[in-house]
Structures are given as C-alpha cells and as structure tokens.
Design a protein around this ligand. Structure first.
Ligand code: BGC
Length: 761
C-alpha cells in the first residue's frame, strides 16, 4: 500500500468511524481474523509509530488538568500526541483514563488506542489477602474468584491490563516479594497461576469486566542471591526448568496474554536481554503469541549491569532478545527507530513486537470501542460493591493457617471470658492492606480490634504494648527497624494478669514486606519478641496472631505459646476474618505454601530438597549434611496447617504395582474427620522418583484436593498420576519420563502420614 492510498483509506475511515481513526474498513471487517486486521494496520504505520507501540509511560500528570510545562512530563505528553506511546501504566479512574485515551484516539495520526496497565495484585480498591496468603488457601476456585473481583473493579476504573499474577517461586523469605507469589512449590504455583490468569481474563477478554493478565517476572527473579532485592541470580538448568519455569508455562498454556521480564540477571545475562528465555523458550518452544513487557526501566538497567554500553546497545539487545515493550525506560522510543534505519535492528523484529501488542489490543476490544472500560456509572456501582467485600472476606478466612493449638485454647469461648488484645498491629487499619494497594485508601482495612469488638459476649481490653517500628512505612519509604521503646510493657503485663486469654497480634507492618523490602533477620521486628516474653511471664494463655508478608522465624513462640494463627495481611476484611476464625465461626483449613525456618541461617529451606550423598549420620560422626547448631527440619513444613477438628489417613492404595510409562497410576486414600466438628482438609499427594538421570527431590507435590468432611465422616480421595506428573525436565529443557521405582506419600502436610510405592517399566 502506498502512502496516498493509506491516506485515502484513512480519510474514508474517518468519515465512517468517529472515535478511532485506525478503524478503517479492513480493521472493522468482522469477517477477517485479528491477525489480518493487525497486518493491515501495521502496513499503515511509520517506523516511529511502530516503535511508539513498544513504548510504555507511567502516568505523568493530572491528565484532566493542564499539561505541565518543561521536563520529561511535557515530553511524554508530546509523545502521546505524536503516537509514540502504546501503553500507559498507573493511570486510573474513568476520568483520567478517558483523558489519555482521547488523546491517543483523537489526536494521533492513526488513533490507535492505548492499553492501560496497572498493578492489580491482590484486589483493586477492595483488597483481597496478599497473594502468598491466598496461596495458603489451596482453594483454586476461591483464588480465581478473588482475581475476577479484582478484574471487575479495575476494569470499571478504566484499566484493561494487570501486572499480575507474579508467579515467581520463592524459597527465601528474606526476599520481601515472597508476599506477592504463591510460595515455594512449582506444582501448587502452576495451579494458582492458572486460577489467577483465568480469574483476570475470564472466558472473553473483550468483555468489559475482564482484563489481560501478565505473568511475571520472567524469569528467576525469586532466586536473588541471599534474598537481596534485585540481586544476581545464578541457578542451574535443572532448577530453572523444573522449579522456576513451570508456573510460567502453565500461565502461557492457559492463555495469559502478556509476560513481564525482570530486573535480575540469570547466569550472567540480564533476563531482559535474554534471547534464550524470551525467544527460544517462550516464543519458540512454548509458542507464546502475546507480548513481553520489560520491568520498570529494566532495559535501561542493562547498562548498570554492564551488559550494554549505552541506551542504543540496550535497545538493540532487548528488542532482539524479544522484549516487546519498554516500561518507563525511555530507551526504545529514543533509540529503536534509528537502529532500524541504520540497519542494526531488522524491521521484522519491530513488526513482530508491534503485531503482538496490537493483537492484544484487538482482543481486548479496544479498537471497537477504546472507551469500553470507561463507564462512570459502572465505576460507581462496581467499586467497593458489597458482594466484593463478601468475596474478599471469604478469601481471607480461607487463607488463615492454624499453626499450633494446644490445650484447645482456640476457638475462644463466645461468652464469659476476659480477653486482652495486644500489639500495635491489632489496632492497625493500614497494615492489613499489604504492600500492593495503590488504588485503595489507607486506613480502610478492618482491624483485628474492630473485628473482635463485633463479638460482644466477652470483656475485651485493648493494650498496644509496643509499636512495631518508630514510624508507619509507606510504599516508597524504607522501614526503620530501630524501635527500643518498651514503655508500654508494664501496662500490658498488668492487664495480662487480669484476663483469661491474651490475644497478641504481632508481625510486620504492611510495607515491611514487598518490593525493596529484603531483610536479614526473620524474627518479629522491633521489641515485639520482648513484649511477647514479658506478657507470657504474666499469663501464658496466649493466642499469637501473626500479621506478616513472609515466613518468620518464631522458634521461641512455637516452643512456648499454646496457639499460633498465621493471619498474614488479609486485605480489607482482615479483622472480620481473624475474629471469625478465633471465635470458631470459621474452622481454618489453610496450609503453608512456604516452609517456616527455625532461624534465618537455615534459609533457603524448602521441602523439595535433594537427598545429597550424605543424608544421614550413618557412623555417628559429623560427616553428613547438617548444621552443628540447629536440626535440619524446619519449624513448620510446607503444607502444614491445623483445623479445629482432626483428620486421620488410612488405606492408601494404588491400582497395581507395575505400570507402563504411558499408564495412569490411580491412587486412593481414606480420610476421616475424627473430631466433633465439620472441617476442611487439603489432602496432599507427593512422589519421590528414587533414581533419575537428573537427581530428583526427596518429595514433590503432584496432587492435592481440598475436601470438606463432616464430623465422623470418612471420604475416599482419588488421585491420578501420569506422564505429566511423573516426568521432569532434563538439562536441555526437554520433558522426559524415566522408568524406575517411585514412592507415593499422602497426608495433610509435606510430613506425610502414609507411604506406598510402584514401579514404572
Ligand atoms: C515491579 C513490577 C511492577 C512494576 C510497575 C516494578 O518495580 O517489579 O512488578 O509491575 O514496577 O509498577
């Protein structure tokens, strides 16, 4: 098509369609495929406009007000007008989104709509539990619903793309972003990745209440050395293929539309510039048709990594490696067009990236109606809708893990008890919201104090005792961990002596975990441990409620405190969820998605470790794989979590002893609720492949089922193992299955109750 012809079609289309100039007749023709539409639009674009689609800017000014003068914001504004911006992030609210979209659609030459991205990580305005907490529910339907509630609110606010789910496997609780993932296990992580992608994207991406998802951070960001944020990652191929990549592959297989790469390098190559990950694996082997977004300025940061000497080289490396869109890095928009003109980067590479981006915009229905996510009425009705509060409350209750419950201290009696509630976090309406809550207002979480006050039958006295830190933290500000103030202890001790039970809510402020919040100490921050011990001396009847975004090392508490409840940061409805569990109106069923260490020195500690050549002390000497000062076992294993009832396991059976590689292996087990109240249990199945060409972990989760079992009832649970669950990736990244001996373990945690075996021939 020559330019004159383009101009004619373009002019004609202007007559027919008013709101989007790119909506020429070809593009709007319902009888041609999205790919054909994309091709016809691409043919109209200049190289600058193509590169513009690959450029994403952060929200830069109050778009409903006057444009600023001078500085980079003005440049961004100009770029937007010239069609040099394909996407914006962190613009939210119908009014704001409409304003930027109007510029893109009405003022640029082709009128291509923007795709509007936002970190909708665990809810939008009505917040769900942090993702790690949700993972503790092992309830895939609830997790899917939670993502769909988030999508409904975000889409009603003009947003059509979330930077979630984070599917990074995390084995190191020092890394603050473990709060944002699904924990340490690739099998559970893959199932949750699928549930979240389905929840955000629904069945129809063009529906106004669904949004495109983004699996991040591709890849291995969770393996930062020593848990230090943005640090080097150096892992072997087996860990990469068997642990890190499976949740990404699961997300891709379920149709996730975008991936985000990450800040880390992997074995010497910043992943943003990794052709191996993005071209060979993602777009090659996995046939991914969506697009890859860089992380915030990660293309630019390849210069600091020492992988690119300047922006020009960074642009060349990242585009060639398959990073399709530059988030707020200003690298593509400045360098790529010239690189193409100079013959350094092939235009085909740009075309491929732009096609991927346009395809997602078409799928979202943005060409049909760029303002389909901009309906003020829907915005008003949807955000904060009571049904959403119900949904996040449900999710919050399901996310709570009962770590320990001696002497039946829990559930609390509803009447006639004197209860003291203690801890800074108990009266905190902000921390429960966790660290990703940009669209939510501070102080909008239900505190534990408020939740417990709803139960009127007891006397409830609140005493702060001690603060967590000298200041509440913010999204951008570092947390001071320097509190020494113990002046509130005396009152706490005095009150503790006068009550039947003390409920202590201890842990981390909402912004003490999350991005940029790595810690070397996993104990309770500040003087909270001292407070706990002081109160314990006065009254040992303590229920410890943890609010935290990562596994903590609470060894003393485990040895001394009778009841411990892991309540994470549960979002808007935190206090109600905690109170309902403490009072027994909800019987907890959560199970840990991450191992809790005894101390920070055990980290990284995870259940699916390798046996080593010296797993046990055979000869009563020191030469075996262990520490001299602490045992090898964790404080609480992966999969651990109690209920107010008890479950027993029996009759583990397999439908044979020997199977062919192609066969299904059927496993069944009976689970009995031996207590007096109904409850739910996550029945977990693990395998061990005893001998492998690549050594296999001592246990690997390969099945789980969340079952409701009435008091006294027995249920038979069936699992099927097959090629997909019995195989693994070799060091070339090929999935293989090998004959040999397998063990099967079933139980209510990774410390399993029953064991049997079979042979694959
Ligand atoms: C984070 C991403 C996030 C992006 C945009 C980055 O710092 O690593 O996960 O989506 O910012 O807010």
């Amino acid at each position: 098509m020559n330019t004159t012809k383009n101009t004619i079609i373009f002019a004609l289309s202007l007559i027919v369609f008013t709101n989007c100039k790119a909506q020429n007749t070809t593009i709007m023709n319902k009888n041609i495929t999205i790919d054909q539409k994309v091709d016809s639009l691409l043919a109209l674009m200049t190289i600058e406009e193509k590169v513009g689609q690959m450029n994403q800017y952060n929200g830069f000014w109050d778009v409903t007000g006057p444009a600023p003068e001078g500085g980079s914001a003005e440049q961004k504004y100009e770029h937007l007008r010239k069609g040099l911006v394909g996407s914006m992030l962190s613009v939210r609210g119908v009014k704001e989104v409409r304003a930027v979209q109007k510029i893109a659609v009405e003022e640029t030459r082709l009128g291509i709509p923007l795709i509007i991205g936002f970190d909708v990580i665990h809810g939008y305005k009505t917040l769900s539990p942090i993702p790690l907490a949700e993972a503790a529910s092992w309830d895939l339907e609830a997790i899917k619903t939670s993502a769909s509630v988030a999508a409904a609110e975000a889409s009603a606010s003009g947003i059509n793309w979330t930077f979630a789910p984070m599917v990074d496997i995390g084995r190191d609780p020092r890394w603050g972003r473990v709060m944002e993932g699904a924990g340490e296990d690739p099998f559970l992580g893959s199932k949750i990745a699928v549930a979240r992608v389905q929840g955000f994207q629904g069945d129809d991406l063009a529906a106004p209440n669904t949004i495109a998802a983004c699996a991040k951070h591709f890849a291995a960001y969770g393996f930062a050395e020593a848990g230090k944020e943005y640090n080097t990652v150096d892992i072997g191929t087996s860990t990469l293929h068997n642990i890190v990549l499976p949740p990404f592959k699961a997300a891709v297989d379920t149709g996730v539309r975008t991936l985000m790469n990450s800040f880390n390098e992997l074995n010497g190559v910043p992943v943003t510039g990794s052709s191996y990950l993005q071209r060979d694996i993602l777009k090659g082997k996995w046939n991914f048709k969506g697009f890859v977004l860089s992380d915030w300025a990660s293309i630019f940061e390849m210069i600091s990594w020492g992988h690119a000497k300047d922006k020009r080289e960074a642009a060349k490396i990242a585009a060639t490696a398959g990073s399709d869109m530059d988030m707020e890095g200003n690298v593509y928009v400045q360098e790529l067009a010239q690189l193409v003109k100079d013959g350094v980067v092939e235009e085909a590479i740009i075309d491929d990236a732009v096609k991927r981006i346009l395809r997602v915009k078409f799928e979202l229905g943005l060409f049909e109606d760029p303002f389909r996510y901009c309906d003020e009425e829907r915005e008003k009705e949807t955000i904060g809708n009571p049904a959403h509060h119900e949904a996040v409350l449900d999710m919050a209750k399901k996310s709570i893990v009962l770590l320990k419950n001696e002497n039946q201290l829990l559930p609390l009696k509803k009447e006639g008890q004197k209860i003291a509630l203690m801890g800074d976090l108990a009266d905190d309406k902000s921390s429960p919201l966790g660290s990703w809550r940009i669209a939510s207002d501070d102080e909008t979480g239900v505190s534990v104090l408020e939740g417990m006050q709803a139960y009127k039958g007891n006397t409830l006295t609140y005493v702060r005792g001690a603060e967590v830190a000298t200041e509440q933290t913010t999204f951008l500000k570092e947390v001071p961990l320097n509190t020494t103030d113990t002046s509130g202890f005396a009152e706490a001790v005095r009150v503790a002596k006068t009550v039947d039970v003390v409920v202590m809510v201890l842990g981390e402020y909402g912004f003490q975990s999350g991005e940029g919040r790595s810690r070397t100490d996993l104990q309770l921050p500040g003087v909270q441990q001292e407070l706990l011990e002081a109160v314990y001396k006065a009254n040992p009847n303590i229920v410890l409620v943890l609010n935290n975004g990562r596994p903590l090392a609470i060894t003393w508490a485990d040895e001394n405190i009778p009841s411990i409840v892991e309540a994470w940061q549960l979002g808007t409805q935190t206090g109600n969820a905690v109170a309902q569990v403490l009072y027994g109106d909800y019987n907890p069923s959560g199970k840990l998605p991450m191992t809790f260490p005894r101390n920070v020195g055990q980290v990284p500690i995870y259940y699916n470790y390798k046996n080593t050549g010296r797993p046990i002390d055979k000869d009563d000497n020191v030469f075996w794989s262990h520490y001299s000062d602490v045992e090898n076992t964790p404080l609480y294993p992966f999969g651990h979590g109690l209920s107010y009832t008890n479950f027993s396991y029996s009759d583990l059976e397999i439908n044979g002893n020997t199977f062919a590689l192609e066969d299904d292996v059927n496993v069944s087990v009976n689970v009995t609720n031996t207590g007096t109240i109904d409850g739910k249990e996550v029945v977990q199945l693990y395998i061990r492949d005893l001998v492998g060409s690549i050594t296999r972990p001592v246990k690997e989760l390969k099945g789980f089922e969340l079952v409701e079992i009435k008091a006294g009832e027995t249920k038979t649970i069936n699992f099927t193992l097959n090629k997909e669950t019995l195989g693994f990736y070799n060091n070339n990244g090929d999935f293989i299955i090998e004959p040999g001996d397998f063990k099967v373990f079933v139980g209510g945690s990774s410390i399993t109750a029953l064991e049997t075996d079979f042979v694959l021939e």
